[in-house]
Design a protein around this ligand. Structure first.
Ligand SMILES: Nc1ncnc2c1ncn2[C@@H]1O[C@H](COP(=O)(O)OP(=O)(O)OP(=O)(O)O)[C@@H](O)[C@H]1O
Length: 329
């Protein structure tokens, strides 16, 4: 796929801190997103990976202004999202959509498929000559059909519900879609079908995706580039094939060591690099500054990571890592 040089989305130093309340006052902050920067180009899928709680969902929702950022800039198609109001905000709400993980709670059980799909269309004042025809076309584009038009969500399987949710957002002709674990609640066979539909729709309409998942196999399958998140920060960013074949950050190496690697040469290479990591990830409330992933790292041993955060540096073309092992201290 050809990428346009102008990014559809540009995130600069994005932060989202949640207060931790004590009895009388705020006693700390959950630094869910802590200074994240990346760009996504037209027609591209940017995958966000990392363990549960590292801040993936908060990043996606803050970008869409479903929650207000603590700091940072979000530029969408040249416009500063944090400053949008009135008609411009409505335009943004139409052009930037989200598909949630849970197909059971995202559709109103009292509405028919027709009503579910037409509601946002009416809200945005989109003119449609023949609403029935319009909805049938949308249903067909996601693998459903006119038989489903006047049925209710409970009559559908999880995968079909995700298809209805997809048809609803397609009706608004979005530019950018946050896919937040869109298939995690589904059986593996159904997952593959939905992922392929997402890919086909992207080819056809040139959609730009932010794909959030903790499932590395799925992220690898879907993404052009990926960002690896650890405790609210991006520790590695690069083309998906490069990051998977040559993970640089000790955290990425640890994360990837859990998945089976089909290519024996790469598997052997990765085994060499694998580091022993034990224990749960640290809490994002007052997190440690240093990286716990490289006990043999001289920089970590010297306490350098505690004193100063490593910058994101380009180690090979388009492949960035934030670790003192690769940067000049
Ligand atoms: N509304 C909130 N109030 C307080 N803390 C929150 C809130 N939303 C998220 N958090 C915290 O922010 C951190 C990041 O959460 P987030 O859901 O973004 O992570 P995630 O990587 O998407 O994890 P998962 O895959 O489990 O959804 C977690 O520690 C979480 O507890």
């Amino acid at each position: 796929m050809m990428f346009m040089p102008e990014p559809v989305l540009k995130v600069e130093n994005l932060k989202k801190y949640f207060p931790v309340r004590g009895l009388l006052r705020t006693v700390g902050w959950v630094k869910a997103v802590d200074g994240v920067s990346f760009e996504i180009y037209k027609g591209e899928t940017f995958g966000l990976v990392g363990e549960s709680g590292c801040g993936k969902t908060t990043t996606g929702r803050t970008i869409l202004r479903l929650i207000e950022p603590t700091d940072g800039r979000i530029i969408f198609m040249g416009k500063d999202v944090t400053k949008l109001k009135g008609n411009e905000l409505k335009w943004f709400r139409r052009k930037a959509q989200i598909m949630f993980q849970d197909p059971y709670s995202s559709l109103d059980p009292r509405q028919t498929v027709f009503q579910i799909i037409m509601e946002p269309v009416r809200f945005h004042g989109i003119q449609v000559d023949d609403p029935e025809e319009f909805v049938i076309k949308l249903l067909e584009s996601v693998g459903l059909n006119e038989m489903h038009l006047y049925r209710y969500p409970h009559e559908f399987s999880g995968g079909q519900r995700q298809r209805i949710a997809l048809a609803r957002l397609l009706a608004l002709k979005p530019e950018f879609i946050v896919l937040d674990e869109p298939t995690s609640a589904l059986d593996v066979s159904v997952q593959a079908n939905i992922l392929n539909t997402l890919k086909e729709l992207q080819e056809k309409h040139g959609f730009t995706y932010l794909f959030i998942s903790h499932d590395l196999g799925v992220v690898k399958y879907m993404s052009d580039r990926i960002g690896v998140m650890y405790l609210g920060k991006l520790v590695e960013v690069g083309p998906a094939d490069k990051v998977f074949e040559n993970p640089l950050h000790p955290y990425t190496q640890m994360l990837f060591s859990a998945i089976p690697i089909p290519d024996p040469d790469i598997a052997r290479e990765m085994k060499k690099k694998r580091m022993k990591v034990t224990g749960e990830p640290p809490s994002p409330v007052n997190p440690p500054k240093g990286c716990r992933f490289h006990p043999r790292c001289p920089y970590a041993k010297a306490g350098l990571c505690d004193k100063k955060e490593p910058p994101l540096v380009e180690v090979e073309k388009d492949h960035y890592v934030a670790c003192w092992l690769y940067a000049k201290a």
